[in-house]
Unconditional design. Sequence first.
Length: 114
Amino acid sequence: MRASSANPARAFGLYPRKGVLQVGADADIAVVDLKRHGLISAERLQSRSKVTPFADRAVQGLPVMTLVRGKVVMRYGKIVVAPGWGRQVNVQMPPPTVKNADRTMRAITDPTLY
């Protein structure tokens, strides 16, 4: 969960509202049936863009239910709520920080390293 949810939410400044299941979080959840097989097709994508690098690929593991803010919005590939349930998420990215500056500068300036 850290690699696919919590850490990306932290990177984009959305944690703890997104990326974790706890009191006060949005409870956005995708339930996947790992035994189901299917074919990814652009026509079935539930987005405005119908472009995907995965078009016509056979897959194992299909989403069977999606919850947004704790409410079921998709069940077995069908949207079950009226349009407008989604909300804009404002990203609050933290400022960039320099990491390993001491080693990087040494690698550039120390003549004994090259």
